[in-house]
Design a protein around this ligand. Sequence first.
Ligand code: ATP
Ligand code: MG
Length: 424
Amino acid sequence: MTTKQIQAIRGMNDVLPDQAHPWEFFEDTVRDWLRVYGYRNLRTPILERTELFVRSIGAATDIVEKEMYTFVDELNGENLALRPEGTASCVRAVIEHNLLYGGPQRLWYWGPMFRHERPQKGRYRQFHQVGVEALGFPGPDIDAEHLVMCARLWRALGLDGVELDLNTLGDAECRARYRQRLVKYLERHEARLDADSKRRLGTNPLRVLDSKNPELAGIIAGAPKLVDDLDESSLKSFEELQALLREAGVGFRINPRLVRGLDYYNGAVYEWVSDRLGAQNAVCAGGRYDGLVEQIGGKPAPACGFAIGVERLLALIRDYARAVPRVPDVYLVRQGAEAERYGARVAERLRDGGLSVLLHCGGGSFKSQMRRADASGARFAVIVGDDEAAANVVSVKPLREAGQQARASIGEAIDLMKKGVSSE
Ligand code: ATP
Ligand code: MG
């Protein structure tokens, strides 16, 4: 009788050890990148109260209407949600712990997000984001910092062809004016709208511009533009941002249709897109959300930020030359009763000396252990038998280059192998 296998949930992926090194390369690069800009790490729980996302992202958005994993905690009746994004949690934590009393905050987070979407290339139900948020800064200098930062990360990862689409949503009043004009226009074309867009016409008409339905492209292209309704100060700030980007040499194009799928945005918004990703072309998205802190119950504070879609970004990295799989420096082969004990001690000494060591476990012949050593990719085999144990030495055999097997004290062996490793 065989027991039925249990499989992972659709749209939620395992990253297997053979696929992990691009992730590790990305994580290392991202940590260095955040450090040189002085951002500090914030870690929040994956579960939050559903209310947090409804209030921030907006009730009439795709995420809240149909993509959130929500459930009632059976033990206490609380309505909970797996986080669909990180900004709301970040703002909640900042308010809850009064972080803004210490002055403006530059923060980042990293981790899985959950959305019940139709799984396809570049769209998963568990995916990962790196998010960067700056709270307490009115901009547009900080908005420019974020975009300059992104451009630096694309360079560090060796990406080209990631392009910046930029727009401004203005303040709440100008959006209300624009909304009226847009609704009038869309009503004239109502017969040609799809069911989703018809519904949004009543609830959240700006979202129609965000539709991915190619049949609506013509209607969307002909829609009135928000820029004609913009208030003075949004317009001025947007022009300053563009000047800062030109100064920094960050290219962009203005996309008047860019509205973003979350309600909390105002002012400058943007998406970094690549034409190599097919329909799921945005790798990073963000903008200003000056009303959100107050909306979640804090004292009003301006803020902005962005999130990178890690899976989509990894799909863009072509040059994995720097993302080489990690191999151990040493594979330790040990045979004989005394050598087993001695070998385990030697492995710890080598690690004290800064080398990475795979200690052979599970016994077996010398030949089979050497086969494992080869297959591990290690630079050296360190071999100990009862002879070596008695003499308190080891035998070192280079596995990746010509060279004789040689006996050495543990200290000499460390020096020898570290020279070999660092000369790579
Ligand atoms: P899209 O328009 O592609 O649905 P979005 O506007 O819903 O994106 P955001 O909420 O702005 O996405 O999230 C920021 C980034 O996270 C996106 O640009 C994308 O790279 C990534 N992302 C969003 N949803 C998914 C998903 N379901 N699977 C993989 N990556 C995602
Ligand atoms: Mg989406």
